[in-house]
Write a protein that binds this ligand. Structure first.
Ligand SMILES: Nc1ncnc2c1ncn2[C@@H]1O[C@H](COP(=O)(O)OP(=O)(O)OP(=O)(O)O)[C@@H](O)[C@H]1O
Ligand SMILES: [Mg+2]
Length: 246
């Protein structure tokens, strides 16, 4: 079924790492089709953040390739990828606490004209009304869930076609996690193709078209979100304990 769909982002045989001589990813393969929401799950230290960072120019790719539509983008700098329509929300420290909500959003779009900024601020606050209500408040005073909305909103200011999210529900209460997953689904429905790394594996797979399970820097399993949720190996090795810990 997949072959006729357009691939927007693809990694092939990625080897990447931080320290000389220490490879964290040891041959990772990943594909995102246009319009998809794809989840990446796996244990702590599996290399999930590293995979996403390596596709956003933040980790050195030592071999293998990253492709965005028809173009090879391996090791391009993050700001060039933003210009090409890729947005990224890091796992931690993803807002500027001393700046206001409005300033944070504008930081995501500093190259744009004033009229475009106004229009996009309106789009973001339509999507996340709570940000609109707190537009002049300092980001450091927002709740965890509101911060995640702000971090996503900032990435959306550049109207990316591909959005990379690293653990958007981390540290949030179960109720707020539900909000975040609803927000992610809503963003995806606007046509943005999304890659989402998540600790909350079950919830993530429930809303994902497809998923990848990483373990020790490699692909362990992949399939549809539904298929992975019901795969006995995935349940035993990766979903059981995580589900229990919630
Ligand atoms: N900046 C860094 N410098 C050196 N090693 C790093 C760096 N960041 C991550 N690592 C190492 O890379 C490995 C994979 O880390 P990564 O952050 O990709 O895992 P993860 O799957 O995202 O884990 P988590 O679920 O805890 O977020 C770990 O062993 C980690 O110690
Ligand atoms: Mg991580």
């Amino acid at each position: 079924m997949s072959d006729k769909r357009k691939v927007v982002l693809e990694s092939k045989n990625l080897v990447a790492g931080y320290l000389p001589g220490v490879d964290i990813l040891t041959g990772c393969n990943f594909k995102l089709f246009k319009g998809e929401l794809v989840g990446i799950i796996g244990p702590n230290g599996a290399g999930k953040s590293t995979l996403v960072k390596s596709m956003f120019g933040l980790v050195e790719v030592r071999s293998g390739t990253v492709q965005l539509l028809e173009e090879e983008i391996t090791n391009l700098a993050a700001h060039e990828l933003v210009r090409k329509g890729v947005g990224y929300v890091p796992q931690t420290e993803n807002v500027f606490p001393s700046l206001t909500v409005s300033e944070n959003l504008q930081m995501g779009a500093y190259q744009l004209k004033a009229t475009e900024i106004t229009e996009r601020l309106k789009n973001i606050t339509d999507l996340f009304p709570r940000l609109g209500e707190r537009i002049k408040q300092r980001a450091g005073l927002l709740s965890g869930g509101e911060r995640q909305m702000l971090a996503m909103g900032r990435a959306l200011m550049m109207e990316p076609s591909v959005l990379l999210l690293d653990e958007p529900s981390a540290g949030l209460s179960p109720a707020l996690q539900v909000d975040v997953f609803e927000n992610v689904t809503a963003i995806n429905k606007t046509g943005v193709s999304i890659v989402m790394v998540e600790q909350n594996a079950t919830r993530c797979l429930k809303i994902s078209d497809r998923g990848y399970v990483l373990d020790q820097g490699k692909n362990a399993y992949d399939g549809t979100g539904e298929g992975l949720l019901h795969d006995p190996n995935v349940i035993k090795l990766y979903l059981g304990t995580m589900a229990e810990s919630r």
